[in-house]
Each structure stands twice: as C-alpha cells, then as structure tokens.
Design a protein around this ligand. Sequence first.
Ligand code: EPZ
Length: 419
Amino acid sequence: MKINGGIPLKGTVKTQGAKNAALPVIAVCLLLRNGTLTLDNVPDLYDINTMLELIKDLGVEIEINRDEKNSQVIFKVPGEIKWEVSETLARKMRGSSLLLGPLLASCGKVSLPLPGGCSIGARPIDLHLKGLKQMGADIEIQNGVVHAKINGRLRGRRIYLDFPSVGATENLMMAASLAQGETIIENIAREPEIDNLAAVLRSVGVTVELEGAGGVRIQGVEKVSSGCERVIPDRIEACTYILAGVMTGGHIKVEDVVPSHIDAILAKLEESGANFKVKKDTVEIFPNKKRLHPVTIKTLPYPGFPTDAQPQMAATLALAQGVSTIEESVFQARFLYAQELNRMGADIKIARDVAIIRGVEKLQGANVKATDLRAGAALIMAGLAAEGETIVEDMVHVWRGYEAVDKKLKSLGAQVELL
Ligand code: EPZ
C-alpha cells in the first residue's frame, strides 16, 4: 500500500466484527449435528475466510449473506462430519488450533497439524493439550500432527490453566460443552472474546457460568441444539483507528465500539494528554494542541494493556514528547516492527522484552515491510502521520485482520493506493 502522509484524518469509521471473537465462535458449529448455527457481524478477513474453508472441508455447508449492514454466516451441519483437518489450510492460520476441542468432543477423535510459529514468537498449544488429557483424551504428536482420541465421552474435570491462555480457554470451554458432567476451568483468559464464546455456547443450549474470580463452570450436554448469536465489535481494530486519528492530529469518530473493552488503551491515551471523548458506543478524537506526554506500558492478559495493540501504541509514542517504555510480557518477540519504524525516523531501542521509545518531532515516509498483522497496522499508521510517501509491503499480513483498510482510510481522507 502506498501512503501519502501528513494529512490529518477526518470523518467517521465503523469497526468490523472482531476477528479473535469470530474464529472461536465459528468453531462452535462443529459441536452441532443435524443443526444450524447462525452468526451475525462476521468480518470479511483472510483469517476468517481460511477458517470457513477449513469448516467447509470438514463437511459443513456454509451460506454467507453479506451486505453493507450485516454479514451473516449460516452453518448447516449434517449428521456426520470429518475429523481430519486439512494440512494446507491448517498451516495458513494459527486459529486452526481452535478446531481441536470441538472436533474431539463431537467426533471422539481429531487429527490436526500443529500450528506453525509466527513472527511474534513460539505459539505452543501445550496448555490446550494438557487440559484435554485431563478430560480423558489420549493424545500423540507424530510428524507434526496432533492425533487425539477419546473412548466414549470426555469427562468433566476441574482444570487449572498455568497461564490465562485465550486459545486454551476457548478450546477447553468448547470441549467441556459435550463432556460428561461439570467442568470448572480456573485462571481463564477474560478477554471479551471469552464472553462472546460463552454467549454462543448458551445459544446452542450449554450452561456456562463465568465466575468473577477468573473461572468458568460448564455443564456438559449430550447434544447441542441450533443457535444464533452476534460477533462483538473488534476492539483491536477500533484501537488502531483511534490511535491513527491521534497520530495524524485528526478529528475522527470511531463507531460500534464497546468502550469497556478498550479501557486500558483509553487510560493510557488520557495519561498521555490525547484529546478525545467517549460516548455509549463511539470514541471521538480531536486534534491535539501539543505532542503527547510519554507513558510507561506493560502488556498483560485482559483487562491489562492488550499485546495486540502494542505495535500501534509504539508508533503513536514515537511522536510523543519524551521517552516512553513498553514491556511486552505476553509474547516473546513482538518488536520486529521497531527497526522498520526507525527507518522512518523513529528512535526505538529494544532491550530484551522492553522497547525504549524516544519521541521525535516528525517521521519521514520510507519503504517498509509488514512482519505480522499488528506490525503492519503500526507501519500504516506511521505512514499516515509521516511527511512524504511510504510504501508498506507484504500487506497480506494486514488483510488477515483488517477488513477493507484502504477503503476505510480513504473514507477518512487519507491518500492511500494499493499497488
Ligand atoms: C490469541 O492468541 C489471539 N489470537 C492473539 O491475537 C492475541 O495476541 C493472544 O490471544 C493474546 O491476547 C486469536 O484469538 C486467534 P494465548 P493465542 O494462548 O490464543 C503462551 C492477533 O494479532 N501459550 O493467550 O494464541 C503463548 O506462547 C493475534 O490478532 C503457551 O505457552 O494466545 C503466548 O506467549 C496475535 N502455551 C501466551 O501464552 C499454550 O498452550 C499467550 O498466548 C498457549 C499459549
């Protein structure tokens, strides 16, 4: 994407359905037999379409109804589905690990290629497998493929997660839905995606009680029914546009936002002196009178500062007045974008898992490469704020998580062009 920078963004943009909420709730359809699951507000993204391909390949019929008001996907599940996941499709996306729990629970077995790592660090699924083993599954890994099976049904258990892993929480909640008896999972992830998954599981007849102290209690059922639910707004996409408005000194409104989902970002923006107003489901950004103050950030599981907004926040702080630090505590290597931002005149030093960001007056346009989804977003934001022309290569990473980003930016007055 080619960007002619230095133009303050103006106008209104509406968020898409959340990528990281849609992926697990799509997998819920695999728990059904001879039933339909209807999901609204499903975003049109590479990763979502890969997931839909995976589901279709397993034998589920899919009907997509997309118009400017809604994008609905109806999953028509037959009496039997396949339990072997296609290697080519599974390797395209990490989210494929979310097929483990529902396929094992409903077919009694599953073969799934181990998801590959990616540029933000190793992406093991040991916590997913440990929980499924505790529920009675036999699991072997041969030639990079996970083979899991269960004689009879999974058994409800009390499970403690060593880390509040989002994916492990989601896989185990789906597996517990068809297990015998009650499952209690402690120390679960509390990202809003988990509440969305609980709502979809309830819609198909599963009793799910999220407990305040970071646990969930699920009563397994013999068979789930048809159901329907709506995917929540994408909190990370919302943060990306909010920060782009701040970086370009623009005046924009981001609609279809759940403010409580982005408390950590809004708190840091307030601390840095950004000029914005929060209403029921919108955030309005106004031009800043002066440069942002520096802030100190540590990424944490929800409700802490989200690691998925870390690169975008680093780009924003690259223009602050002073030295900010961001400690990345969730992933091992999520700073690859820093040297690309430095090619645009930023001054970011990485000391192990901390980025030290010395603010500069201006960024200059340059040719840069997206290394992963959120890094790509950060580089686009920097290009919008920089003087001159920026070309962001490897946009394929950005299309994985940002629907129609060129059209949305053009509607905000940005001069962008796909090459
Ligand atoms: C989800 O990944 C998101 N992806 C990620 O978003 C997000 O960054 C992450 O949660 C944290 O919020 C989807 O929802 C599809 P984790 P997930 O399991 O489930 C370690 C984006 O940009 N871990 O909470 O893989 C792991 O290595 C993507 O949209 C284990 O060690 O995240 C990591 O360091 C990037 N063993 C940490 O936990 C396990 O079994 C967090 O992982 C599982 C995870």
